[in-house]
Design a protein around this ligand. Sequence first.
Ligand code: CA
Ligand code: CA
Length: 150
Amino acid sequence: MAMLRSLLLLFIVFSMGNAEVKKCPYGWTNFGVRCYKFFSEAVNWITAEKNCQRLDANLASVHNKIEQDFLLSLLPSSTTRCWFGTHDGEQEGQWLWTDGTPYDYTYWAPGQPDNKGIENCGDNMKWFIYNRWNDAACLTSLGYVCAKYL
Ligand SMILES: [Ca+2]
Ligand SMILES: [Ca+2]
């Protein structure tokens, strides 16, 4: 009986060991089921997405106002804009997320997206009163926010 009890105890200990809580890598911030990080290095949009992919991430997608507010909270106050994961490069006006999630939410600034002079990449602005999205020329250099699943 004592043996059985010991075996049971061992089983429980090992089970608990396997049920470890998933954590974000150092420097990334957990929100919901994803981990986010702002990179201040200013690069063009495709470089930003590729840099995220090297970290098993994509440029961040946004699916509701709570995620939008969280994403902007990652930006240092001096940084007014960052790349995030939306683009309409394949077909004008058909916006997609680089992480493949459904395009089920938008938060464009007034008058945006305006495709002014050809703008196919989304930036998120902590600027003036808006805290909203803009479409920008993809070769613009901006910081960016990557996101990946836990
Ligand atoms: Ca466009
Ligand atoms: Ca624009």
